[in-house]
Design a protein around this ligand. Sequence first.
Ligand code: ADP
Ligand code: MG
Length: 245
Amino acid sequence: MLQAESVQKSFDGFMAVADARLTVAKGEIVAVIGPNGAGKTTLFNLITGQLEPDKGKILFKGENISGLPPYKICRKGISRSFQVVNIFNRLTVFENVQAAVLSHQKMTFNLFSPAKNIAVRETREILESVGLSDKADRISGMLSHGDQKVLEMAVALGNRPELLILDEPTAGMSAEETAFCIALVKRLSREMGLTILFCEHDIELVFSISHRIMVMQQGTTITQGPPDEVRHNRQVQEAYLGNAA
Ligand code: ADP
Ligand code: MG
């Protein structure tokens, strides 16, 4: 479904992503791990069009999408959430998801006179699928951090993606919220057949839910493979897992 080949991106001469390689097959849950500053977010920004690669290719379902603007990539079926929560704080939970659904259906959404009766069923379905139905009328900015992260996933689902990219979905969550979020990711993968690419610093969590893991260090992919293979890779143990391995 997704393939990144020797992708490179530098900022003013600083090579944030030097040689990233990534393969994601349909239906997989794939994690990208690596220390802070390894280039994970930059790679996601390159995949979703927030940034344009200097070199390399990004193929989505066989089509080269490198350098396309974010809205075009989104229309092709890739949605994402951000490391820092990115929702309309003053809209309700329902309105946030409704806006995404309307935008996907190419309908105009006027923030000042919400189209109250449009796409209600689809919006409700998405809220139901992420467990936010009972908070539909809450003002999004007033939600707990955990609920805001889940809402951001719901907004991403409004675009009806085939590939969902999550940048540190559990960052700042309590243990309970994290468990809920992980169960949700698994369920979306299983029940909706979504392909999921995420990065996450909680290694145990990564190893417990991923079908495959890609490891980055200083902008370069050092390996990718099934959890067991990655866990036993010497280079990974030395570079990243340290004594914990
Ligand atoms: P990660 O998500 O793995 O923690 P990032 O992709 O955010 O890493 O960052 C990789 C490196 O690139 C870091 O050293 C970061 O400071 C740098 N970087 C990221 N974005 C920019 C930018 N827009 N301008 C300059 N440097 C950046
Ligand atoms: Mg990051």
